[in-house]
Write a protein that binds this ligand. Structure first.
Ligand code: SAH
Ligand code: SF4
Length: 433
């Protein structure tokens, strides 16, 4: 989501005549887009800002702006920490970036823009596809109403708001006309898409409409809250051909008491039932997830339930985090904090087990033929191209640049933890969802 926010900032500034520079040293304007989801992300921002102090001293005429969640949270406080910053703009003020930059340029005025608006205008900032880009992000909603007790998002991005279905379809139609083949629909909880529109639009109907757009071959989305994963959406994995066989479904914990204190509003059995339904409808679906370890009060037996759930589901992939107390959230006030070494040890256990499962799942693809949408040259070799399976695995194989944008059959020869290696194959894929 943050990557796409940066793309939107870039699109707005390009319209004003700005261009991306090769290095920050030659930039007239630097925008630091920040994240506050965990404390570690904040520390990273301070260290990046520290690097820019010297740049500003050497070229006082340059402008430095800070945007995103941390800008929303800290506002003018950031000036105290980094006095060489020129402006701070929050999550609802991305659309005002050109005007703010102009004001700072002209008046050398310091600006802080962190107020929330009833309409989140940035929802509709269309980012023109980069030349030759095959895959694009598209925002379908902003904000979140769920208030999971650990999470700052509802406080920093505001209440949930869905974008009009027609605007989304129009944007994707334009993307398709520029050669985009794959879209990833973005929202904190795409399953509740449409709730604020009051016109009958919902996420399954949006998927069907996008499925009809000529030129679009693949649809992905992120993120799905398990409590709102409806049977209607699960059915889409069987009925919307272009929908990729992958879902990111963050479970956070396998313990019902931890899930309750997290205010996630599902229990481990609900989650397992939904996983089973997904696999009934789409046997090859890959399922990834997020875990938080060391949530306040997480006992060893609670943690063991997370491990048990992992063994039962055998996720294809997972992101795991140590709980980080965030200011203003309900969980920040909970007692029974888990000591850092215990969190660290639990994180290692989750990551080691997930590694085994990911390697095992990838290994099962050895010898299979997969449909690969080629998105670019491989990072590690200029004789290789790179793409993804419908199940969201990266595949590298020898091939010409001309393959970019095409969907080809590739037989899988070697599998690693983060990617697969294959060979162009002329026959049809032998396994289909
Ligand atoms: N909207 C998404 C999640 C967005 S945040 C959803 O509901 O799933 C991405 C992930 O960051 C979360 O799934 C969670 O695992 C992690 N996260 C959020 N707040 C956190 C915190 N305070 N400490 C540790 N991890 C956190
Ligand atoms: Fe945060 Fe929960 Fe909303 Fe996701 S659903 S953004 S974790 S409050």
């Amino acid at each position: 989501m943050n990557v796409h926010d940066s793309e939107q900032m870039e699109a707005l500034l390009m319209k004003e005549g700005f261009r991306i520079t090769d290095t920050d040293k030659s930039a007239d304007l630097i925008i630091v887009n920040t994240c506050s989801i965990r404390e570690k992300a904040e520390q990273k921002v301070y260290s990046i800002l520290g690097r820019y102090r010297g740049l500003k001293q050497a070229r006082p005429g340059m402008i430095i702006g800070v945007g995103g969640c941390m800008a929303q949270q800290k506002g003018a406080e950031l000036f105290a920490r980094a006095p060489y910053i020129d402006f701070v703009f929050g999550t609802h003020n991305i659309h005002r970036l050109p005007e703010i930059v102009k004001d700072v340029e002209r008046n050398r005025a310091r600006r802080v823009e962190t107020c929330f608006h009833d309409t989140v205008y940035s929802i509709g900032i269309v980012t023109p596809p980069h030349n030759g880009s095959v895959s694009s992000f598209v925002t379908i909603m902003q904000g979140c109403n769920n208030f999971c007790s650990f999470c700052v998002v509802p406080y920093l991005r505001g209440r949930e708001e869905s974008r009009e279905l027609k605007d989304i379809v129009d944007e994707i139609t334009i993307l398709a006309s520029h050669g985009v083949k794959e879209v990833t629909l973005l929202g904190q909880n795409v399953n509740s898409y449409g709730n604020t529109l009051h016109n009958g639009a919902d996420f399954p109907s949006l998927l069907k409409k996008i499925g009809d757009i000529e030129g679009i071959e693949r649809i992905r989305f992120t993120t799905s809250h398990p409590k709102d994963l409806s049977d209607g959406l699960i059915e889409c994995f069987a009925t919307v051909d272009k929908l990729c066989e992958h879902i990111h479904l963050p479970v956070q914990s396998g313990s019902d008491s931890v899930l309750k204190r997290m205010n996630r509003r599902y229990d481990a059995d609900d989650y397992l039932r939904k996983v089973n339904k997904l696999r009934e409808v789409c046997p090859y679906i890959s399922i990834s997830t997020d875990f938080i370890v060391g949530f306040p009060g997480e006992s060893e037996s609670d943690f063991q339930k997370t491990i048990d759930l992992m063994e039962e589901v055998r996720f294809d992939n997972a992101f795991s985090f140590k709980y980080s107390a965030r200011p203003g959230t309900a969980a920040e006030k909970l007692d029974d904090r888990i000591p850092e070494p215990v969190k660290r040890e639990r994180l290692t256990r989750v990551q080691e087990l997930q590694q085994i499962h990911t390697v095992e799942k990838n290994h099962a693809l050895k010898g299979m033929v997969e449909d690969i949408l080629v998105v670019g040259l491989s990072k590690n070799s200029h004789t290789d191209v790179s793409g993804r399976t419908k199940t969201n695995r990266i595949v590298n194989f020898e091939g010409e640049r001309e393959l970019i944008g095409k969907t080809v059959c590739v037989s899988i020869h070697n599998t690693y933890i983060h990617s697969l290696r294959g060979k162009l194959f002329e026959k049809e894929r032998n396994q289909k969802c």
